[in-house]
Ligand binder design. Sequence first.
Ligand SMILES: [Zn+2]
Length: 118
Amino acid sequence: MGNTSKPGSVVAREIDHDPFEVDGEQYLVQELLWNGIDGRSYDLVRRRDGQILTEDESFDGYPTDAQIALVLEKHGVDVELETCKFCRKEILLATARRHDNGWVGNACCWDDRLHMTA
Ligand SMILES: [Zn+2]
């Protein structure tokens, strides 16, 4: 005992995921682990000034490219989207990988095996 913090009220750990660049600005997804609960939250952070763009509502899971695009657009960022050739999801052009004549989502479908054949 001795810990009076309410479960879920204190950040136990922060994990910064790989940054990516959209329209000349770097962003990253920050994963937060909370004290006493299993749930995690994910925020979109602008690297330049540490501004959290998802302050009103964090994501419960790692956001998809389409979710990231929505948040960025709300903040006035011009986001270019493409369609993943494998899963047909909307993907950020900024992080998409060129593969043959199409694009592959970095988060959804890209893995290093594709890199060998690209
Ligand atoms: Zn995909």
